[in-house]
Design a binder for this molecule. Structure first.
Ligand code: 3PG
Length: 307
């Protein structure tokens, strides 16, 4: 059996060594394809792979067609919008993610981004403090919950909304106020931290109206996905409201235009770095390798996302 680790954005050496060790112990081969620049390289590499570990790498129907032996693909991370699940299912390939394994890294970045914007992107001048401000968490999953906890530790007043959580006790137990709707959450958040996945329902769902409803001086923080933002609506809101700010870890399609027009009210990392910590690489990478071994040896399908 051969496990291919195909990561355009490589894991740390500690993580790839750990993955190789898990494969070796199971009696499997492990191959590495890093920093590849074309889909063809990926297609060539998957030709003899039984299992595949990726990060945000796109596993399209085309890639799957080039992998006749593939039995399992694991997205080492949370969001699996980069996997063509229908193509996996059609071929009987199990698709999994590794939920929670890189959440702390992303949550820490979200908090860092709030402080960075509150302090004028670390340029001279008087900034503000995030303590005492209202923090809204949009989607209360693994990352959202940690951001809520850190926000509370920093003295923020935390509210959250999650379309799939209707039991107020889940929020109450964490000392978090449950917002009754997305609209209510945005209306009452000085900082809004996005943690929704990119799905057919969420794509382009955060735009002009929600941004315009936010309080004076509000900041939208996106460590989730660029696709959930309606960039035209965002630009319109930033134009009409000179007090609003947007910071993102996922390069917008219109990044150059946003940077030019909105200067210190907009910031983007050049390449998604939320999960770029040694710890997150090891947690997610090793979890992916272990999930593959458990599946191939014992048929364990925990964390399968294409059931
Ligand atoms: C995730 O969904 O787990 C994060 O967006 C991290 O993505 P990455 O592995 O490409 O850094």
């Amino acid at each position: 059996m051969k496990i291919l680790v195909a990561t355009e954005k490589p894991f740390s050496k500690q993580a790839t060594d750990g993955i190789a060790a898990i494969a070796r112990e199971a009696g499997y081969e492990c191959a590495l394809l890093e920093k590849y620049t074309s889909v063809d390289e990926l297609k060539t590499a998957v030709a003899d792979a039984d299992a595949l570990i990726v990060r945000s790498d796109k596993v399209t129907a085309d890639v799957i067609a080039a992998a006749p032996k593939l039995k399992i693909v694991v997205r080492a991370g949370a969001g699996y919008d980069n996997l063509d699940l229908a193509a996996c299912t059609a071929r009987g390939i199990v698709a999994m993610n590794t939920p929670g394994q890189n959440s702390n890294a992303v949550a820490e970045l979200a908090i860092a981004m709030m402080i960075f914007m509150a302090r004028n992107q670390f340029t001279p001048g008087t900034g503000t403090e995030i303590s005492g401000k209202r923090l809204g968490i949009h989607a209360y999953g693994n990352v959202g919950r940690i951001v809520a906890r850190y926000g509370k530790a920093l003295g923020m007043e935390v509210s959250a909304y999650d379309p799939f959580i209707t039991d107020p006790a889940i929020f109450a137990n964490d000392g978090v106020k449950m917002a009754s709707s997305v609209a209510e959450l945005y209306r009452n958040s000085d900082y809004l931290s996005l943690h929704i996945p990119a799905t057919a329902e969420t794509k382009g769902s955060i735009g002009y109206d929600l941004l315009m409803s936010m309080p004076k001086g509000a900041t939208l923080v996106n460590t989730a996905r660029k696709e959930v933002i309606d960039e035209a609506g965002l630009a319109k809101a930033l134009t009409e409201r000179p007090d609003l700010k947007y910071i993102t870890d996922i390069l917008p399609d219109t990044a150059a235009e946003l940077a030019e027009k909105f200067d210190k009210r907009f910031f983007t990392t050049p390449k998604k770095m939320g999960a770029e910590t040694a710890e997150a690489n090891v947690n997610a990478g090793l979890a992916a390798a272990r999930q593959i071994v458990s599946f191939l040896k014992d048929g364990v399908t925990k964390f399968q996302v294409n059931k």
